[in-house]
Structures are given as C-alpha cells and as structure tokens.
Design a binder for this molecule. Structure first.
Ligand code: FAS
Ligand code: PHB
Length: 389
C-alpha cells in the first residue's frame, strides 16, 4: 500500500489533519490502534478556541458544532463563597465554544467515511522505518498479517503513549516535564449544568470545575489526591464534595444525578523537542501535554495541525519546504505559551500539599488582583480564547 501522508493515530489530531489534507487533494491513511467505538468512548476536552472552530470549518466538518455547540462569552471564577466573571468577548473580541471532544471526533470520523478517507482500525505494532530518508514507510499487523505502508511523510498523531515520539533517538530528544501532586476526579451526569458558564473554583478544600456538554449533560471535576481511585468516589461523596467547593448560591440549586462516566486523570506538563525528525512530524499529545486547567490540550493539537497541514500543502502544491522546515519551531513557540498559561491557571486554582501560609497568601493576592484588574483579566482572557496561530 502507498499514500502521501501516513497518519499514526485516529484521535482528533490525526483525523483533523487527515480531513484537511483530503480537502486539498492530498492522500492520507490513518492507522488507529483501537476500534472506532473505543476511541469514541473517551470523555475528554470540552472547550474549543475559535482557531479550532475555524479549522473545523475549513475542513468542512463544522455544521453540527455550529448547531449544537455553546458559544461562551466568558467564564466564572469562584473564590471561596463569591463569584466573579472574566468577559472574554468584551476583553478580546472572541468567545470560546463548548462542544465535547467526543463529538468533534465523531464528526471527523463521519466526514472521513463520507469522503472516502481510509482508516485502518486495530492496526497493531505500528513501526516507523527510514524516517530519515526520502522513502519512509510503516509496518503494522492486522488480522494476523504484517502490512507495509509506503509514504512521503509520517504524522505522529498517536498521543502521549504512542510510538512516534519514542522513534526519535533519545540523544536527539529534549524532554521537559512537570508532574502535579494531585489529579482530577471527573464525572459526566445527565443533569442540567450548574451555571450557564463554566465555573473554575479555588476553595479551601481544593479545586473544582463545573462544565457541561449540553443542556442536560454536565461535566464536573474535583481535585483529588494522586493516590485516589475512582472507586473511592461514589456519586454521593462526589456531589457532597463538589457542593462544598463551589459558592453556596450555586450549590443550593445544583441538580445531582447518577454519573454515566467517571475517571481520574493525572495532571502533567510535558513537551518533547524537536517535533520533527526527518520525514516524521509529531502532532498533539504525541509531543506535548498540559494540565487541563486552561483547556489547552485539544486546542494546541489544533494549532499543530494548522502548521503541519499548511506546510504539507505548500510542499505538494508549491514545491516549497519552508513550512516543513519551520514546523517544529513554529509549533513549539505557541505550545510553550499554552504550557505557561496552563501551569499558571493550575497554580492559581489548586491547593498544593506543600503550600506554606505565605504561598496561600500569594495565591489569594493573585486571585484578588485578577478579580479587580482589567489588565489581569485581559491577560487571562486572551490566553483562554487562544493566542494567534
Ligand atoms: P489522543 O491521545 O486523543 O489520540 C491519539 C490516538 O492515537 C488514540 O486514538 C490512540 O488510540 C492512538 N494510538 C496510540 N498509540 C498508537 C499506536 N502505536 N498505533 C496506532 N494508534 C495509536 N484537553 C482539554 O483541552 N480539556 C480537557 O478537559 C482534557 N481532558 C483530558 C482527559 C484525559 C484523561 C486525557 C488523557 C486528556 C485530556 N485532555 C483534555 C487532552 C486531550 O483532549 C488531548 O489534548 C487530545 O486528546 C489530543 O488529541 P490527540 O493528539 O489526537 O491525541
Ligand atoms: C471540560 O468540559 O471537560 C473541561 C472544560 C474546561 C477545562 C477542562 C475540562 O479547563
């Protein structure tokens, strides 16, 4: 088998890249380790930057998002028992769109099917060969047979636990990592959202987030110790803890119900440089991870896709490799700003086990400054809605 661009990973990065390439007449095959159902069963991101929405429009996959996505002009910050609002649209001219990553992935798969994009599910043991030559290829196994896929370029869109990053020799890779001493216990419930906008809460008991997917599907998180397991959090305990971390005026009207999904995610900041090795290009979680506090994970995957897709179009249509040669530098410049913002939001809103009385005073001063300063709110808003590509 041969294609122009071999994409490893059928998550949002791989699918969005594949769709944009397809739209520009560039052939790409997606190799996905899991089944489609498994990929669509993951509950992850919920907030999309306008840049992401624009890319989905460019890919011709935005109809349902425009119908069902919630445009949010701002967010609420809860400090103990009070709330204050960050007005994204007034401060930056841009909103965000609340639309689940699961739905994004579903829409991309449906578009890929409709337009004849080829996806190999349950492709096991994907291996990258000759990435440093102009004739790279992949091998993978499926149905007990080994297959070969010859290509011009390889897009490593296989997430944090994929093989692409590991293919780059250790002495070439520079990895930067920060692990946080807590996780997020998240639930999904078929209940109306606690508030029309998201609420990011810093409370004495720890961080909490009230989010949503639609008018009757809510997404909540509470900060929890890394040692916790999902079974430590029966629904009743979760709801009681959430109510103690959000303002009483919100807790009083909170509609609780059975969880339909529950998971604990660790929080990590991670970047692997460079994002190119010969004809292999890393994209999304394969190259970087952020704590979800700033809602940047999926959105930085989108900016990687933007740079890589435009570079590949430039290569094939203009015989110009400037975009490919600059890909890693350009993607990393924006990624590090998203890493900084996600780290900052995480430090602003969470309680750290080793925080001293002084640290707590500084954190509170940071929050009070944010509450009262338009400049501070503008800085948060412009990062949250998404810095320019
Ligand atoms: P993904 O990990 O989504 O996709 C990679 C794909 O590659 C997967 O389908 C995998 O099966 C496949 N793959 C892996 N290895 C392979 C191999 N060897 N061969 C073939 N295929 C292979 N971001 C936010 O903005 N907000 C959030 O709230 C949020 N919550 C998250 C919760 C969790 C538990 C996790 C893990 C991430 C969360 N994220 C969140 C970040 C998340 O949304 C990612 O940024 C997003 O999934 C990135 O998409 P991809 O780069 O496509 O990687
Ligand atoms: C979500 O809705 O899952 C969500 C929203 C905002 C975040 C993280 C997660 O910062």
């Amino acid at each position: 088998m041969r294609t122009q661009v071999a994409i490893i990973g059928g998550g949002p990065s791989g699918l969005l890249l594949g769709q944009l390439l397809l739209k520009n007449g560039i052939d790409a095959i997606v190799l996905e380790r899991q089944t489609r159902e498994y990929v669509l069963g993951r509950i992850r991101a919920g907030v999309l930057e306008v840049g992401f929405v624009d890319l989905m429009q460019e890919a011709g996959v935005s109809d349902r998002m425009e119908r069902e996505g919630f445009v949010h002009d701002g967010t609420q910050i809860a400090l103990d028992n009070s709330l204050f609002r960050i007005d994204f649209t007034r401060l930056t001219g841009k909103p965000v769109v609340v639309y689940g990553q699961t739905e994004v992935t579903r829409d991309l798969y449906e578009a890929r099917d409709a337009e004849g994009g080829k996806t190999v599910f349950q492709a096991q043991d994907v291996c990258i060969h000759d990435a440093k030559t102009d004739q790279p290829h992949l091998t993978y196994s499926k149905d007990g047979k080994t297959h070969r896929l010859d290509c011009d370029f390889i897009a490593g869109c296989d997430g944090f636990h994929g093989i692409s990053r590991q293919t780059i020799p250790q002495d070439i890779r520079r990895e930067y990592e920060k692990s946080y001493p807590f996780g997020w216990m998240g639930i999904l419930s078929e209940t109306p959202p606690a508030s029309p906008e998201l609420i990011y809460a810093n409370s004495q008991r720890g961080f909490a987030l009230c989010s949503m997917r639609n008018d009757n599907l809510s997404r909540y998180y509470v900060q929890c110790p890394l040692s916790d397991r999902v079974e430590d959090w029966p629904d009743g305990r979760f709801w009681e803890e959430l109510k103690q971390r959000i303002p009483a005026q919100v807790a009083e009207t909170l509609v609780t119900g059975p969880s339909i999904e529950k998971s604990i995610a660790p929080l990590r900041s991670f970047v692997s440089e460079p994002m190119r090795w010969g004809r292999l290009f890393l994209c999304g979680d394969a190259a970087h991870i952020v704590p979800p506090t700033g809602a940047k994970g999926l959105n930085t995957a989108a900016s990687d896709v933007h740079y890589l897709y435009n570079a590949l179009v430039q290569h094939y249509q203009e015989k110009d490799d400037d975009g490919l040669d600059r890909y890693s530098e350009r993607a990393l410049a924006r990624i590090w700003k998203a890493e900084r913002f996600s780290w900052w939001m995480t430090n602003l809103l969470h309680r750290f086990p080793e925080q001293s009385a002084f640290d707590l005073k500084i954190q509170r001063a940071d929050l009070e400054y944010l509450r009262n300063s338009e400049a501070a709110q503008t800085a948060l808003a412009e990062n949250y809605v998404g810095l320019p590509y």
